[in-house]
Design a protein around this ligand. Structure first.
Ligand code: F6R
Length: 243
């Protein structure tokens, strides 16, 4: 695991965009793992800029989302699939259907997990997985105490997570789905390169536990200590509790 401390989220975006661009140059069909949330937004903006101003092309590239709510209708603005469309996909030249999410496989959420694992395998695996981190150390929807050997599966959202996410659903917790589909921690470990981004003081404890704490389901991101190629890119605030 390597830790890179940068001054700002925009500096991190340039660094990670460089890594993805190098990968795409070597392998135009490379598979990207996509996180949602606020953390990867500067990266997605930088990729869009490179596409518009420098001709970076995603024509042959493919992508797999980390996670998705269960039960939202297709195209729902708060679905993670729609988030990636709005924040990245529709601004660049990914081929139609090049990006898929765990909810795309069909109506049966219990079958969707194994189907998603199979789709990732059939695509040759994820070359570069982008990750954010929750203040409690969660990765994707793998909350504290998730199994370190978990694979893509349905999870029940905790009351806390539904409450936290209610702001995206007009403040009404009853509109927040009760379940999600998420890549598991072992799925994430299978990626060839995982880059975890973390910005701000609110992430400092989780970053410390992920990097320096014992490997523990209490802090799911600590599973990255087992990853053969993990890069943690953080700003000074998020790095402030590192030794
Ligand atoms: C998103 C995801 C989540 C977020 C995490 C941090 O696909 O899997 O684990 O990365 O909740 O969220 P932000 O980036 O909004 O602080």
């Amino acid at each position: 695991m390597e830790v890179v401390v940068v001054p700002t989220a925009e500096d991190a975006a340039v660094l990670v965009a460089d890594a993805y661009q190098a990968l795409l140059t070597a392998t135009p069909t490379a598979v990207l793992g996509l996180a949602t949330g606020s953390t990867p937004l500067p990266l997605y903006r930088e990729l869009i800029r490179r596409h518009r101003e420098e001709g970076l092309s995603f024509r042959e590239a493919r992508g797999f989302l980390l996670d998705e709510y269960v039960g939202l209708p297709p195209g729902h603005p708060e679905s993670y699939r729609q988030f990636i469309r709005a924040e990245l996909e529709r601004h660049v030249d990914f081929a139609p259907d090049a990006i898929v999410g765990p909810g795309d496989a069909g109506r049966d959420p219990l079958a969707a997990g194994p189907a998603y694992e199979e789709a990732i395998r059939a695509a040759g695996g994820i070359d570069l997985q982008i990750l954010g981190i929750g203040a409690d150390g969660h990765l994707a929807f793998n909350m504290p105490m998730s199994s370190l050997s978990s694979r893509t599966r349905v999870k029940t959202l905790t009351p806390r997570t539904r409450q936290d996410n209610a702001r995206f659903f007009g403040g009404d917790v009853d509109l927040v789905p009760t379940h999600c589909l998420t890549q598991g921690l072992a799925t994430i470990l299978d990626s060839r390169h995982a880059i975890l981004l973390g910005f701000g003081r609110g992430k400092a404890q989780a970053v410390r536990e992920a990097v320096e704490g014992p490997l523990s389901a209490r802090w799911p991101a600590s599973v990255l200590q087992l990853h053969p190629h993990a890069t943690i890119v953080v700003d000074e605030d998020a790095a402030s509790q590192l030794a």
